[in-house]
Structures are given as C-alpha cells and as structure tokens.
Ligand binder design. Structure first.
Ligand code: HEM
Length: 358
C-alpha cells in the first residue's frame, strides 16, 4: 500500500536510513498463502516406527498434485519430554492446500482410527491473506520459509531496524490496528488427561504467529564461539520464558526447534516458533522484555566485536491470522501441546463431530 492511502501512519522515523541492509519478500496481495505445520509427538525413545511412517507418508504427499511449493522440517523435545518432529509446508495459494488435504492419501492416514492410539499427531494450518504476512531476511540470497514461495525484491527494505518495523511491513497495518479480538483467550484453564481425544482449537482473530530463524551453517572461530556461548543460550532462555509466562506476555505457545532434513538428520539451522494473542503482545515482548533485549544486545555485541562481518543469517516471517479458516487440530496429543495448553473445555469437539473414527 502506498503511504498516502494509509489511515494509520507508519512508525518509521522520517528520513530513516537503516544502518544495515535487509530484504523483505512480498506475498501476493490478491490471494492467501497457506503455511501448514504437521507434527508427530512421541515419548523420547519410543514409537520410532510411527515417526518413520509419518515421514514416509509426508514424502508421498509431496509428490501429489497440489503439493506444497516448499517444505522444511524440524524437531524439538517439548516441556513434557516428548520428541516432536514437524514438516512445515508452504503453498502460494490456500486453495491448493484444500485440494491436497482432501485427497485420499492425506485422509487415509489422518482419519485412520490408529491416529487416536500411540503417537500423537497434530496440524496447525495457517491461511494468511497476503496483506497479513511480512518477511524479513538479513541476506538477499538466503531464503527460507515463506520467502521461498514469494519473490524477494533486490532493493533492500527501509522498514526495519527500529521498533515498529514489523508492523510497518504488514500491508494491512495502514488501515487496521490488528487488535486482539479475544484478550481473554489465555484466561481459560488448561485441561489435563486428553489422551485418546481429538481436539480442535478455535483461534480468535488477530493471533500473531512468528517463525524467527537462525542459520549458523557457516559460522567459524570467534563467531561460532560467540554465537554458541552467548546468543544461543539467550535465545533458549527467551523462548523458555515465553513458554512459561503465557499469562504475563500473551504468548499462547513457544517452541525452539532445530531444523532437520526430510529423514530427521539435523541441520545447522534453528528457529523460534511462537503464537501471541495479538501483534501488540509480540511487539511488547520484542522491544521491552529483558529476554529478547538480551538476545538483541548479544547480537549487537557480536556484530561489533567482528566488525560487522557476520556469517550468521537471520530471517523471520510474521502472520496475523484472520479468525476464519485456521486449523489447529490435535489427535491423541498431550494437553500441553501447541495451543491446547491455554484452551478451555469449550474448544474441544467430540469424536462424533470430528471425522476421525474413535
Ligand atoms: C538469535 C536470535 C535472535 C536475534 C539475533 C534477534 C535479533 C533481532 C534484531 C536485530 C531485530 C531488529 C530487526 C530489524 O528490524 O532489522 C529483531 C527484531 C525482532 N525480533 Fe528478534 N532476534 C532473535 C530471535 C527472536 C525470536 C525467537 C523472536 C520471537 C519469538 C523475536 C522477535 C522479534 C520481533 C517481533 C522483532 C521486530 C520488532 C519490531 O519490528 O517492532 N526475535 N530481533
């Protein structure tokens, strides 16, 4: 959107010139992107066959018509000791996702009675109109996530390196303050003992989702030492803080993941994945909470120590979700999984309504 048709002004200071360049991929304005996180969770050391089956199933799905244009993978151990592995798939057009997920190869696995026994599986599927997603990357040629399915202009973006840059990069922010539509979303009690259940969460409008990535493949010497000893521990603490202080921060879910290949072999890339009640809650944490400021300041200190010559590549994508079309579905997962941790009883649907045979 051109600046003169905005009813809400940008936060960018006048005559702003960022001290370092960054690039911003542009989502198509006329349609919605789809970002689908498909996960499997197993108690560490158990159900290896289920994880293999899940990976094989996903590889088959990637060869079908309407398959995603990009797929990445990641793993983490959650707060309850469950190994979780994710496939993160990106479509340029949400209609393709609808057709792909309605196909027999998808449904035969997802709707099978076995999904309510043994390993838990879940999907968190975001359908995001182009005006509600923004992307930022510190290196022009290194693309990740949604930027692999959207064009990245050669011209660096001006809207970064000041607090409020993220909001300014969201096209919709010129007209919409993107306020929380349900600020009480966190006040419902969490529910225990859901094993064997099929859970779908209704997400209030304007929930903000960030995937904030770090590519440390090329780090050596002093840079690797500073990253692994100063920045990575700060990042881990920050994500852990968010996971444990949802009420205080408006964070609905926080995970720190390590990327892998399609077979589960680790890569030198990680990302934080977090959901907040609103963009404002995410902004508040980033700009003023000691845990993000520590990450941020450690990064600035490293850049200064190395004279700005960094191999570390940072990127992120932020989506502010409309209330409709979002799918947060958990099959046989423990009660602390994803958005379930903060969901109330009313959000659960019975197996009779679910399409999954109990
Ligand atoms: C090693 C990890 C991280 C580093 C080095 C880092 C550093 C930075 C830097 C340098 C900026 C300013 C970017 C710009 O506008 O050019 C920034 C912004 C931001 N960071 Fe982080 N960050 C990290 C992880 C995270 C994580 C995990 C989250 C969220 C869960 C996060 C949330 C944000 C947000 C929301 C902004 C934008 C604030 C705004 O524009 O108003 N960061 N971070």
């Amino acid at each position: 959107m051109s600046d003169d048709v905005r009813s809400i002004p940008k936060r960018m200071p006048s005559d702003w010139s960022p001290p370092v360049p960054a690039w911003s991929a542009q989502a198509p304005k006329e349609r919605a992107l789809c970002i689908a996180y498909y996960g499997i969770q197993v108690l560490e050391g158990t159900c290896a066959a289920s994880v293999s089956e899940f990976r094989s199933w996903f590889q088959v799905l990637l060869r079908l018509p309407d398959a995603p244009a990009n797929c990445e993978y990641a793993e983490f151990i959650d707060s309850q000791g469950y190994y979780t592995w994710l496939a993160i798939a990106y479509w340029q057009d949400a209609n393709s996702y609808d057709r792909w997920s309605a196909g027999a190869a998808h449904q035969n696995y997802w709707s099978a009675p076995q999904r309510l026994q043994g390993a838990g599986v879940f999907r968190e599927v975001l359908q995001v109109p182009g005006e509600r997603i923004e992307m930022l990357q510190s290196n022009f040629s290194q693309k990740a996530g949604a930027a692999r399915v959207c064009p990245v202009p050669h011209e660096p973006v001006r809207e970064h390196n000041y607090w409020g840059g993220m909001r300014d990069r969201l096209a919709i922010s010129g007209q919409d303050p993107l306020l929380a539509t349900d600020p009480q979303a966190l006040s419902n009690p969490s529910v225990e003992g859901l094993s064997g259940r099929h859970v779908r969460i209704r997400v209030p409008g304007n929930v903000a989702v960030i995937r904030s990535g770090q590519d440390f493949s090329d780090l050596q010497g002093d840079e690797w030492a500073l990253y692994s000893q100063r920045i990575e521990p700060a990042l881990r603490d920050g994500m852990d803080f968010l996971a444990r202080h949802g009420q205080e921060t408006g964070c609905l879910s926080s995970r720190l993941l390590r990327e892998t290949d399609a077979m589960g072999h680790r890569l030198s890339r990680s990302f934080g994945l977090a959901h907040f009640v609103s963009l404002q809650h995410l902004e508040d944490w980033a700009r003023s909470h000691p845990t993000h400021l520590r990450i941020y300041n450690e990064f600035l200190a490293m850049a200064q120590a190395l004279g700005g010559q960094l191999q570390l590549r940072l990127w992120h994508e932020v989506a502010v979700l409309p209330a409709h079309e979002q799918v947060f579905e958990y099959l046989n997962c423990h009660a602390g999984t994803g958005l379930m941790a903060h969901a109330g009883v009313s959000t659960f649907i019975s197996p009779h309504d679910s399409g999954v045979q109990a």
